[in-house]
Design a protein around this ligand. Sequence first.
Ligand SMILES: C[S@@+](CC[C@H](N)C(=O)[O-])C[C@H]1O[C@@H](n2cnc3c(N)ncnc32)[C@H](O)[C@@H]1O
Length: 203
Amino acid sequence: MHPLEAELRVLAPFLCPELRLWLLPPASKSWHATEPSLLGMPYWAFAWPGGQVLARYVLDHPEVVRGKRVLDFGSGCAIEGVAAAKCGGAVRCADLDPLAGELALRNAVLNEVLLEVTTEDLIGTTPDVDVILAGDVCYSFQLAARLMPWLTAQAARGVRVLLGDPGRVPGALDSAEKVATWDASFDGDPRGLTCWPTHVFSL
Ligand SMILES: C[S@@+](CC[C@H](N)C(=O)[O-])C[C@H]1O[C@@H](n2cnc3c(N)ncnc32)[C@H](O)[C@@H]1O
């Protein structure tokens, strides 16, 4: 068991009060602690702003995913995957971190939906899906440079690609169409005390 797992609590993400997720609460001792960098950043312990806006968008536009095969790429806690499954999508969550997959499955049970999970790195592959949801995955220049050409190629072959992004890597989404904006909590704080304009983009 990862040391942070004992600190997880069931919380309602700031922008998606209709969901419940196992997350690291702001009051926990590890919220601002240095442990994450020692343990490997536990991305799965937070609902990131990009994931929050993507989940909000899907919940408000269920037709985007209903009856579709959906890939939640870089799923972390799977906020956008859970939202898509609640709206009738058949969702596969992909995250390199096996603990993210475990948490996604726990969050699926909590929200009474089914999710599949994989730790395979799908960049460069041709996934058999109709929709790709990518929440807060452009968090480094290196990852954005690898990811964006692949996502653009998926969009070019007809996959609906939606990203949720708070603008961590300047220019990464310049060629994408902005379809929605909400203020989301920048550090993943589900209380929404530190909000930042965060966008849903379509490729
Ligand atoms: C900032 S977190 C976002 C998690 C979630 N989408 C959200 O918005 O709350 C980014 C996630 O991308 C995952 N990731 C990074 N590179 C990946 C890759 N090549 N394939 C799958 N997941 C990847 C990381 O492990 C991490 O969990």
